[in-house]
Write a protein that binds this ligand. Sequence first.
Ligand code: NAP
Length: 300
Amino acid sequence: MLTGMQIAVIGGDARQLEIIRKLTELDAKLALIGFEQLDHAFTGAVKEKISEVDFSNIDAIILPVAGTNLEGQVETIFSNEKVVLTEDILSKTPEHCTIYSGISNSYLNGIVEQTSKKLVQLFSRDDVAIYNSIPTVEGTLMMAIQHTDFTIHGSNVTVLGLGRCGMSIARAFHALGAKVKVGARKSEHLARITEMALTPFQLSNIEKEVSGTDILINTIPLPIVNAAVIAKLPAHTIVIDIASKPGGTDFRYAEKRGIKALLAPSLPGIVAPKTAGQILADVLSQLLSETEPDRKGNGK
Ligand code: NAP
């Protein structure tokens, strides 16, 4: 149980509702910032403006998956108000206050460092990233189906990267009957791709390897689908880039060449916010309950 714990949930999409539901069930007291347009009410949770919250009582701050943007603004789907997380706000929180987000950036890292706070990036945990790859795959399949006039079955699919998402995506497209090749740079990844009965290729050969691709799926958060790669794609290829913003595709050049290239952020939040939210809620409730000794040590 999280009895006695005060948590600020700042912004986010429908995934945060599962987190709010779970944490209130566990008896935490929540300040909901950026939720004034949400019709639903949760017992134990109060909608507040960021300026109204007494941060000196806050044990934990929960940000959306993306954290903040580079100016500190937090995305708020359920509010029209601009919500900004500042160094000043964090400096008002107790020493033990921990900040939770999916991923981070230079702004968030900077204010956390300046105020000597602890930041937990949930998506750097393998378990969260692997569970989250499940709705990500379903979202990628949805995009492939929506944006093509041919079946996945029998099509040539190239996946870039054999990380947590790349592996799940390659496996799912293979299971649907696609001819899947996967580009990776590590020899153990090339071995695993072979073991999965897929066609491996070394990323350094990407320009040669993409030439017969119908659907190109990028999971590598680097400019890998550059102009030289796009120049080798057949005109009908669709590029689905799931890597974190700004993706790994030269979208300007793709448009110039008439290749359909789509940046596809936050797929779990779009196709399965309930499941994606439950994944985060489960791990957050576990992590928050482990912080109890810190709070007790601070007289709470
Ligand atoms: P991951 O497990 O870290 O995989 C990243 C992949 O990129 C690995 O295959 C890695 O290969 C490769 N890579 C990284 N640096 C490289 C480099 N310099 N050269 C070649 N390959 C490189 O991450 P993930 O969990 O699969 O997530 C992949 C991306 O998708 C991330 O940007 C993540 O934020 C994003 N994501 C998006 C959604 C969505 O809805 N759009 C959902 C989940 C995740 P090595 O092992 O060789 O480094």
